[in-house]
Ligand binder design. Structure first.
Ligand code: G3P
Length: 504
């Protein structure tokens, strides 16, 4: 695998190992701070590399350059922008293995999932190029309102917003950065990316990929540094026209409070509940629950985070889920173990705190509650009540509570009392009832007989309440990252002008 890495030109890798520069105005630069942020593998604590700890002055320069580059990018035709994204998609696919390998090292994602995240991103670039080419405007006559006629016509088309600041999360550092970059560029914006500190290395490759694909200098930039030092400065910068962020609800709310009058696209936390009715296909349900709860050790905003089973199937379902959970592989992401390290020991402490609270308050431990390094064994807790923190808080770790319920109404009530509203699930053979319940759930999306998940990436993806703001998904993101521009034609004396237009 390491040999494959060598295929990637190393002009931006500093001589003393995997120390990465940042990418601005088409070149790789070292920060004037002289400081770097060291990134360690969460599985074994070994150093993976380091990225630049950029300064506020550098952040200012990068944004200014992105702003000055708007014209050259906006002037490109839709076709030219789409072709560039297609080229980028091919490069991403070509480098899927080495990029996945780097990501596996820096965030502890199982190697297979890391590589498939890269391939998913390549597909997303292609689909974004295709969707961008389908963009349409509209023409509307004024005569729908009294006092107006067809002499008044509004013509609208979409224009870019300007500079878009894209802040990605650690859990999908490549895909959830790419899912912002591609629509932003396709819509004609310039981009400044600020990756998460843990997970900063793989998105840096977008600099290389987009440059090779033909993005002109200054149009795409990526600046690394501590969120606490440059995050607010970047988001508040007057030349930043939109902030697209994926991360915790806490940080999302903070951003919303500091950016002022800027459009925001926020993808935040979740507490997705699986409601399991008495007639559910339990094998299918248990498979969906286990994979939904434990992929990437539960570090997904869309992970299954609560199960609300009805009395008729609760025991059987819980037994099945336990059996399947005990079969999960645990250990090294390089060996593709499903359960690997959490991103930090601080996160492990938080998850452990949730387990301890539930057990102290009478929850029944079914399996797990074991920790080695940053790995927490998949933990199932039965008889969880609404007094326990785990009924409401998002763990971002491998812990799944069962809150037994007696009716669909009770399940809806517990689902909706959450501060989050990302997704919900209903498992049943009764589609009418499923549809009725789905209509009552205060979430962005309800999955019927399937686990909660964002993809496929052309679906609308959104959250209510603390789960987010705005809608993502290929065409939705392009729309969010552009705005309609209206030009109104006021025709006068139409009939007269036609009559007068004679040439004899
Ligand atoms: O955690 C971020 C969220 O977007 C998850 O995506 O594809 O795992 O459902 P996905």
């Amino acid at each position: 695998m390491i040999e494959e890495l060598e295929k990637i030109p190393n002009s931006f890798v500093m001589r003393d190992g995997l120390d990465f520069k940042f990418y601005a105005s088409g070149s790789w630069k070292k920060s004037s701070s002289g400081k770097t942020i060291v990134i360690k593998n969460p599985y074994n604590d070994k150093i993976v590399g380091a990225v630049q700890a950029c300064t506020i002055e550098e952040a200012d320069k990068v944004i200014t350059m992105a702003n000055e580059s708007i014209e050259c990018w906006e002037e490109k035709t839709q076709r030219e922008r789409a072709d560039i994204l297609m080229k980028a998609a091919n490069l991403i696919k070509e480098w899927a293995n080495p990029l996945g390998y780097i990501m596996m090292k820096e965030i502890g994602k199982p190697i297979k999932s890391a590589v498939s995240e890269i391939i998913r991103t390549s597909e997303l670039f292609e689909a974004t190029a295709e969707a961008g080419l389908q963009q349409e405007g509209e023409a509307i006559y004024g005569d729908a309102f009294k006092g107006f006629s067809k002499d008044k016509m509004s013509i609208t088309y979409r224009v870019p917003l300007g500079v878009i600041l894209c802040i990605g999360p650690f859990n999908y550092p490549f895909n959830l950065t790419g899912s912002k970059i591609a629509p932003a560029l396709m819509a004609g914006n310039t981009v400044v990316v600020k990756p998460p500190s843990q997970g900063a290395i793989s998105p840096l490759f977008f600099g290389l990929i987009l440059e090779k694909a033909g993005v002109p200098p200054g149009v795409f930039n990526i600046i690394t540094g501590k969120g606490s030092e440059i995050g607010d400065y970047l988001a508040q910068h007057p030349l930043v026209d939109m902030v697209a962020f994926t991360g915790s609800s806490e940080t999302g709310k903070h951003l919303a409070s500091v950016v002022g009058m800027k459009p925001l696209l926020l993808e935040l936390g979740g507490k997705d509940a699986a409601i399991v009715l008495n007639d559910a296909n339990l094998e299918l349900t248990a498979d969906a629950i286990v994979s939904g709860a434990f992929s990437y050790s539960g570090q997904r905003c869309t992970a299954v985070k609560r199960v609300l089973p009805m009395p008729g199937i609760a025991d059987k379902l819980i037994e099945l889920v336990k059996k399947k959970t005990l079969n999960l592989s645990i250990g090294d992401p390089e060996e593709n173990a499903t359960i690997g390290p959490l991103i930090s020991s601080k996160q492990c402490d938080f998850v452990q705190g949730l387990i301890d609270d539930a057990l102290r308050k009478g929850g029944t431990l079914l399996c797990g509650n074991k920790r080695e390094g940053n790995i927490i064994w998949p933990t199932l807790i039965d008889n969880v009540t609404i007094e326990m923190r785990i009924a409401w808080e998002e763990p971002f770790g491998p812990i799944l509570p069962f809150i037994r319920v007696n009716s669909a109404e009770e399940a809806i009530d517990i689902s909706n009392k959450s501060e989050y509203g990302l997704q919900g699930m209903i498992f049943t053979e009764n589609i009418d009832l499923a549809f009725n319940i789905a209509q009552e759930l205060e979430v962005g999306t309800v999955q019927i007989n399937g686990k909660s998940e964002r993809g496929p990436d052309h679906f609308p993806f959104l959250g209510t309440k603390s789960s987010g703001l705005g809608t993502q998904g290929i065409k939705y993101s392009i729309e969010a990252m552009s705005r309609p521009k209206g030009i109104v034609l006021n025709l006068s004396e139409k009939g007269k002008l036609i009559k007068e237009c004679k040439y004899d």
